[in-house]
Write a protein that binds this ligand. Structure first.
Ligand SMILES: Nc1ncnc2c1ncn2[C@@H]1O[C@H](COP(=O)(O)OP(=O)(O)OP(=O)(O)O)[C@@H](O)[C@H]1O
Ligand SMILES: [Mg+2]
Length: 395
């Protein structure tokens, strides 16, 4: 069992100061580009020696350090302090590791480098030298479930869960089979050995996993990746009982909004006991999240890089009543929802109104009228403003 309750970061990467309490279940971290979302995940991962190379002292800070608290293995609490200069050791490959890293296998880290894109089948060796994440997952599925003499009940349960993921993601698809590909001699030299291929039943026939849409593969890479990790790292009954931590950077990467909501729903089914800490740029995820699941980072003091979690959503509905635009502007820190060109014209229109320049305002209104979405409410407002301007002129 592993839970992280709180992390306090001082002088790491772009963050000068941040105190963050985490929810026991889902945590969706959002905020402007560069505010420090990935840095938070990397500090957490480094606390368990998962990834360390991306955590550096802020160039303007005297010290780079963080404190992390939580619960582990049903022990009352852990409290650990890390300092990038004091606690670091380097491995032979130059990777920093922390002497006092917390020992737990119950943390899974999906960094941004996760690749949903697999090499197309039979790509010449010169193009791919090593296996992609998707190849590794397919190999794992074969080695772990289909190339074993005796299947434990835990594995059998996990296999059924893994197969169900295909269907849950898209009810028109079914896991069909997985088998090891017959390789030509030169292809045997692939780093990592021969490859297995998963086949999926679709309404248009049986097709290889690698031919499926990138969104589908990206979702499955996360879901099967979680099953794979929990199986190798913990002695649990099955993936549904995993009660550790899962870090996912850019959860919405490559995913259509419809997939994003679905992935969250399936994650809640797959690992109901887990603590998930994910970063996102998607207003659609924030829109469906519960109030205590949203961590909306904002600068408290931008010059000093002091960052806070804006906790202004204070009701049971979270942001379900907010539009995507409102979330983009107020939560994700996106200044303007219109394109630069449209914003410029809107500003000029305002100027023309203020200076009672009916001709210019009329000209700009025509442009805006053809630019805006057919159902945009703004059009009505602009028309009203135009009419009252004309009224003022002729009164
Ligand atoms: N050693 C450092 N000293 C000062 N600033 C740094 C240092 N390393 C990184 N940064 C800054 O930290 C920021 C990167 O933080 P991070 O990657 O955590 O942001 P993010 O919120 O994940 O952004 P994105 O949304 O683009 O993924 C950048 O603005 C970068 O300039
Ligand atoms: Mg990031």
């Amino acid at each position: 069992m592993l839970r992280i309750d709180h992390i306090s970061i001082h002088g790491i990467n772009g963050i000068e100061r941040l105190d963050l309490s985490l929810n026991k279940g889902f945590n969706f971290i959002c905020g402007k580009n560069g505010i420090g979302k990935t840095t938070i995940l990397n500090c957490i991962a480094s606390s368990f020696n998962r990834v360390s190379q991306e955590v550096r002292k802020n160039v303007r800070s005297e010290e780079g350090k963080w404190y992390i608290t939580g619960e582990i293995n049903d022990n009352p609490r852990f409290y650990e302090y890390f300092n990038v200069d004091e606690n670091t050791q380097y491995t032979r490959t130059g990777r920093p590791r922390y002497k006092n890293a917390i020992k737990s296998k119950e943390i899974i880290n999906f960094s941004i480098s996760r690749t949903a894109y697999s090499t197309p089948i039979y790509t010449p060796k010169s193009i791919t030298q090593s296996l992609t994440e998707s190849d590794r997952l397919q190999n794992w599925m074969y080695d772990n479930y289909f190339d074993v003499a005796h299947m434990s009940s835990k594995r059998l349960k996990n296999l059924l869960i893994a197969q169900e993921c295909f269907y849950l993601l898209n009810p028109e698809t079914r896991f069909s089979k997985v088998f090891r590909r017959e390789l030509k001699t030169d292809e045997n030299e692939y780093k990592g050995g021969p490859k297995a291929d998963i086949y999926v039943e679709t309404p248009t026939g049986e097709i290889p996993f690698n031919y499926l849409s990138s969104g589908y593969r990206a979702c499955l890479s996360i879901l099967l990746g979680i099953i794979k990790q929990t199986e190798v790292t913990s002695a649990l009954k099955d993936v549904h009982s995993f009660n550790g931590v899962i870090l996912i950077d850019e959860l919405d990467l490559h995913l259509h909004p419809a997939w994003q909501a679905k992935l969250i729903e399936i994650l809640k089914w797959l690992v109901p006991e887990a603590q998930i800490i994910a970063t996102t740029h998607s207003p659609h995820i924030i829109q469906v999240a519960k109030q205590n699941e949203i961590i909306a980072l904002a600068y408290h003091n931008q010059k000093k890089n002091e960052i806070i979690n804006q906790r202004f959503i204070d009701n049971e509905y979270g942001l379900q009543g907010w539009t995507v635009e409102e979330i983009l502007q107020d939560i994700m820190g996106m200044g303007d929802i219109y394109s630069e060109k449209c914003s410029e014209i809107l500003a000029s229109f305002d100027e023309a109104l203020s200076s009672f320049d009916t001709e210019k305002a009329g000209h700009l209104f025509k442009i805006l009228d053809s630019m805006l979405h057919p159902n945009n409410h703004l059009r009505k407002i602009l028309k009203l403003q135009m009419t009252s301007l004309e009224k003022v002129k002729y009164d």
